[in-house]
Design a protein around this ligand. Structure first.
Ligand SMILES: [Zn+2]
Ligand SMILES: [Zn+2]
Length: 352
């Protein structure tokens, strides 16, 4: 097996989004179609959830259907969400993977056939020299690699081309990775000494149903929606008992290993706190005990006073190059006022 990796130093602490709100479930989809997706999207990003009167499940006929061989099932859960500012429809693929469609969407073609989770073995092994976990995921060897435009697995599904997204049009989508790096309940194969079963979740965030473009070219309303998607995923994953740290990221460019060009990012729900955030958490805790203040807020306030490395300071957001930057283009972006985690931020800050 070969694998990728991340590591941590036990004992582990819940981090990432530790103090997020208690249970929430998504609102079901609002009446939606491709022609009004932009308006739906804007409405979905308002500060308050849409009223139930505007909710019309367009896949209602399938809501209570058993899981079929190739057809995803939609969640029937319509409990009022807490903090959800964007409509979300939960679907379950025949292999058990969840798909979350945010905003408006149109159902997939009748010929839709869901792709299946890769086979393989997943483990995490303890490296006693480096004192860190190394993740093994043999199934990732077979993942889709730079497919032709017409074979993109993140584009909307069409007749004759079933993709990861069970919709013929959508605003934004998140799905459990078919080639996950970490995965709870996965087959392990024989476990060597110091190894244990993989745990956690790997998700893919698709920013738009348009193949061309990038995060940087998304229109403002789509960027607003994307931040809401991140906040929702962060909140939900942090509630899982098998997730200790939520990491939202995008690898951009083939040089760093991108295998699909459709605008997308990823979310890893790790079963431990990786080493770097663990160090940062410990440093922040020491700072808090010593001074009674937040380390991140202190650093940002110092930079705003110095006005030497600040490149952005508006609408409640501060962006600065840290004095000890480790990369040529390293920029730290933080709220001007203290916020514990992304889901705790105000709508205005997220939009900024
Ligand atoms: Zn695509
Ligand atoms: Zn702070």
């Amino acid at each position: 097996m070969s694998g990728t990796t991340v590591s941590a130093r036990p004992p582990w602490r819940r981090a990432g989004c530790p103090q997020l709100g208690q249970g929430h479930e998504p609102e079901y989809i609002r009446g939606a179609n491709a022609t009004n997706r932009t308006d739906q999207n804007r409405r979905g990003c308002s500060d308050t959830p849409a009223s139930s009167a505007s909710v019309r499940p367009i896949l209602q006929g399938r809501m209570d259907s058993p899981i079929m061989s190739a057809v995803p099932t939609a969640s029937a859960d319509r409990r009022s969400p807490r903090g959800v500012r964007l409509a979300r429809t939960t679907m379950v693929q025949p292999d058990g993977r969840h798909v979350y469609l945010y905003g408006a969407f149109q159902p997939p073609p009748a010929s839709y056939v869901a792709p299946l989770l890769t086979s393989g073995e997943w483990q995490q092994r303890w490296n006693p020299l480096r004192q860190e976990w190394v993740m093994y995921a043999s199934g990732r060897q077979g993942r889709t690699f730079l497919p032709e435009r017409a074979a993109c697995p993140l584009c909307p599904s069409t007749e004759g081309h079933s993709t990861e997204i069970p919709a013929s049009a959508y605003d934004a989508a998140v799905f459990e990775n078919r080639f996950p790096a970490v995965r709870s309940g996965a087959p392990t194969g024989p476990l060597p000494p110091g190894a244990k079963p993989s745990a956690g979740v790997s998700e893919v965030v698709v920013y738009t149903d348009r193949h061309e473009g990038s995060f940087g070219t998304l229109p403002a309303d789509r960027l607003d929606a994307l931040v809401e998607v991140w906040a929702d995923r962060c909140r939900e994953l942090a509630r899982r008992s098998d997730v200790r740290y939520v990491f939202i990221f995008e690898n951009r460019g083939e040089a760093v290993g991108v295998t699909l060009h459709h605008p997308h990012g990823q979310i890893m729900g790790y079963p431990f706190v990786p080493p770097v955030p663990a160090i940062e958490l410990a440093a922040a805790s020491r700072h808090q005990r010593r001074t009674g203040t937040c380390l991140h807020c202190t650093l940002a306030a110092d930079e705003r006073r110095a006005k030497v490395r600040v490149i952005l300071d508006q609408d409640g957001i501060v962006g600065y190059v840290p004095v000890s930057a480790r990369w040529p283009y390293e920029v730290h972006v933080v709220p001007a006022r203290h916020v514990g985690a992304l889901p705790d931020s105000s709508s205005a800050v997220r939009r900024a």
